[in-house]
Design a protein around this ligand. Structure first.
Ligand code: CDV
Length: 312
């Protein structure tokens, strides 16, 4: 018996600063219903889906940004999404900013994705591991990317969870560019990786990369899927948000590395693929049979050092 799961990538167009959570949740519910009518059992929404990408602005007093974060999930604004998903019997994955009061009383700011099963139960909340951008105000930039000011990097690493009849993992935006992300999950048998992203087309540190944003987006997710024998779903919040143009091109990638569905717009758009989770074994049991072919005894640098150490 093969295991099929119909998965939707629910790409979003921009969320502007003045848009309320209620307005955004109404858009998410509209896409949830559209995905359900297309047969989807799991709907994946983007990174920071509930708000505009607020790290593009710097505020000296970080508490002035607290309103961009959720303190609980679900909450009053998102409960209608949870209710409608459970009514339809559809699971979903939602990215948002989470403000958590730790046991020590300290506040922690995370960039997270929560995965919810078809019965409404929360499977897991993943915290973003690789936080890109900068820690301090850089006034010479046309827009900020101060994620390293607004979010702590997760100390938890990459878990996977048995859900939706398979083994599911999560990553958020910049995580998708790092091969370690996929391999950590590959070593736990992952079959489906869910990833939301906000990728400005203009990469300020090196504008020569601007024209390659779409290529790099597909390149990393196709490589990660193939090299680990897993499905990958990458979902954008794209379009011109507060004057900053962001990549669309949401994709669903098969364990072969082939793109099986791709968004055509930079607006709210649902794409769907019927994913055969057993297809993963074709790669995991052959060319990427880790137990047979990997050589961890010669990979010590991967975890033993952070930056490159050059030869003398
Ligand atoms: N939200 C992100 O993590 N964006 C980064 C940009 C800054 C490069 C990305 O990897 O797409």
């Amino acid at each position: 018996m093969s295991r099929h799961l119909t998965v939707a990538a629910a790409q979003m167009g921009p969320v502007q600063r003045e848009h309320t959570r209620e307005q955004v949740v109404a858009r998410l519910i509209a896409m949830l219903r559209r995905a359900h009518s297309m047969g989807a059992e799991l709907v994946v929404f983007p990174e920071l889906a509930l708000t505009t990408f607020f790290p593009r602005w710097f505020v000296d007093d970080i508490s002035e940004a607290d309103h961009w974060y959720e303190r609980s999930m679900p909450n009053a604004a998102t409960q209608p999404l949870f209710d409608e998903a459970r009514r339809l019997g559809v699971g979903f994955c939602l990215g948002y900013a989470h403000l958590e009061e730790g046991a020590d009383g300290d506040l922690h700011r995370w960039n997270v994705q929560t995965l919810v099963e078809r019965d409404g139960s929360v499977v897991a909340t993943y915290k973003k591991t690789h936080i890109p951008g900068h820690e301090h105000h850089e006034p010479d930039r046309p827009f900020q990317h101060a994620e390293r000011y607004y979010f702590e990097p997760s100390p938890e690493g990459f878990g996977v969870w048995r859900a939706f009849g398979g083994i599911i993992g999560m990553m958020i935006c910049n995580d998708r560019r790092w091969p370690e992300t996929y391999r950590e999950m590959g070593l736990q048998g992952v079959e489906l990786i869910l990833c939301g992203y906000n990728t400005p087309v203009h990469y300020v540190p090196d504008p020569s990369q601007d024209i390659l944003q779409g290529f790099h987006n597909a390149l990393v997710m196709q490589a990660g899927a193939y090299q680990n024998g897993t499905w990958v779903v990458g979902v954008a919040k794209g379009g011109v948000e507060e004057g900053v143009d962001s990549l669309g091109q949401s994709i669903i990638v098969a364990p072969s590395g082939q793109i099986v569905a791709q968004a055509l717009t930079t607006d709210d758009e649902v794409i769907v693929a019927r994913c055969d989770l057993d297809w993963c074994a074709r790669y995991k049991d052959t060319v990427f049979d880790f137990e047979r072919y990997r050589r961890p005894e010669v990979y010590g640098r991967i975890t033993g050092q952070r930056g490159a150490v050059l030869p003398r």
